[in-house]
Design a protein around this ligand. Structure first.
Ligand code: XLS
Ligand code: NI
Ligand code: NI
Length: 431
């Protein structure tokens, strides 16, 4: 045991408990025939919780963690503390980037050895832990070698480095029993079109993703490959802009049956959408995978990665997740940072515990909305005209036959209320 969390004990479900307990998240509560834990599949993000120093665009490190530094001993200490936190939170999953868990090393080979050694260490920790790996990913955006992109870099040596890195990270994800592998392309975009061959860069990104899928099949990794869309930041423009853009990209490269989406709440907002829009669209396209449940501050307009704290928003998101059939390999990852003044170990616990409670409340509301059925029956009723044989035949016909019906049948459409206020009032009964 480290002494980082001192005497903090694993949190219990207690609706009337004190500050450090779950008031709503009850892992064993049965909802729609399944335990709440198995519905929500919470994950801690290693990077923001254990590797992020607390900087913002105007200032650097505020957190002083005993494991900060680039040695293997400190990397092991970091893993020890991480697994202690997983136990305190009783969280079923975690996620990492290569850069979060190992010292960089001065050559690729040294970095690889560091990584492989720490992956072994994490594997040994997982043997005595309930917490499993939701996904692994590669950080191909922080180091200066990636400043002009990763797989989309004008320099083929960077492409090679990326290939070597992703191969290593998929191997490690496979070894640790990870359920997904994520690609988020923070630098896969551009700063200015004046120096960018957009066509070439998209081709490189497409070929890279095909290579990732080919490798997954080659080694028999049966987890899902997920792309995480984000419109901009750090790049001015990113190719994985939003779900619709990524779907077009997947179709172009023949990957629409191989790759699914990891959708982040804050990224949806940055793209000018709602979270539930991105979820509903991914679901309708058959590419819904997993979620990063962290929000942005609506005033600051950048990716502040805060823990969720808005039950109605979360409820509408889980409503879409449930309509998509719930998670299979995916889960609810908190890709969330503490605020930089939240210096204490207890802040890390409170941030996650509060987020888990918010999600539990939102999820329960979503279940009730679905079980109540009014929203879905009103939606079905709105489209009920399409159930008639004439309407269905029209879709199989052409413009001419549709046009002929108008006069032959004396068609004169009668506008109907969309009932938005009534629907919003219904949602309000549950949240
Ligand atoms: C950044 C992304 C990142 C991915 C993993 O905005 O959300 O944290 O989830 O690389
Ligand atoms: Ni993000
Ligand atoms: Ni994310």
């Amino acid at each position: 045991m480290t002494d980082f969390f001192q005497d903090l004990k694993p949190l219990q479900f207690d609706p009337n408990g004190g500050d450090l307990c779950f008031r709503h998240y009850n892992p064993d509560e049965m909802l729609m025939g399944k335990r709440m834990e198995d519905h929500l599949r919470f994950a801690v993000a290693y990077w923001h919780s254990f590797a992020w120093p607390g900087g913002d665009p105007f200032g650097g490190q505020t957190f002083e963690r005993p494991w900060f530094g680039e040695t293997m001993e400190l990397a092991r200490l970091k893993a020890d503390v991480a697994f202690e936190m997983f136990e305190i939170l009783n969280v079923p999953f975690f996620c990492w980037h290569d850069a979060d868990i190992r010292p960089e090393g001065s050559t690729f080979a040294e970095g690889r050895r560091n990584f492989e050694e720490i992956v072994e260490y994490i594997q040994s920790k997982m043997e005595s832990s309930e917490t499993r790996l939701l996904w692994g990913t590669a950080n191909m955006f922080s180091h200066r070698r990636f400043m002009a992109g990763a797989a989309t870099n004008p320099d083929p040596d960077v492409f090679a480095w990326c290939a070597a890195t992703v191969k290593l990270c998929i191997d490690a994800t496979h070894k640790l029993g990870g359920q997904n592998y994520v690609l988020w392309g923070g630098r896969e975009g551009y700063e200015t079109l004046l120096n960018t061959d957009l066509k070439r860069e998209r081709q490189q990104a497409g070929r890279f993703l095909q290579m990732v899928v080919e490798y997954k099949h080659k080694i028999g990794f049966d987890g899902a490959i997920l792309v995480e869309p984000k419109p901009q930041e750090p790049s001015k423009h990113q190719y994985d802009y939003d779900v619709a853009t990524v779907y077009g990209f997947l179709k172009e490269f023949g990957l629409e049956d191989e790759v699914k989406m990891n959708i982040e709440q804050g990224h949806a907002i940055l793209a000018g959408h709602s979270f539930e829009h991105e979820l509903a669209l991914a679901s309708s396209l058959g590419i819904f995978g997993s979620i990063d449940m962290n929000r942005n501050d609506y005033q600051s307009g950048w990716d502040t990665d805060q823990f969720p704290n808005n039950v109605p928003e979360v409820a509408l998101a889980y409503y879409e997740v449930l309509k998509a059939g719930g998670f299979s390999t995916g889960g609810t990852n908190f890709d969330a940072k503490l605020r930089r003044q939240s210096l204490d170990p207890v802040d890390l616990i409170a941030g996650h515990a509060g987020a888990m409670d918010i999600c539990a409340r939102g999820f329960k509301a979503a279940v009730q909305m679905l079980e109540d059925g009014t929203l879905e029956s009103m939606r079905a009723d709105r489209y009920s005209g399409w159930n008639s044989p004439e309407a269905q035949q029209m879709l199989g016909g052409d413009l001419v036959s549709a046009a002929e019906r108008v006069e032959a049948e004396g068609i004169d459409p009668v506008p109907r209320s969309g009932r938005q206020e009534i629907l919003e009032n219904i949602v309000n009964r549950f949240v």
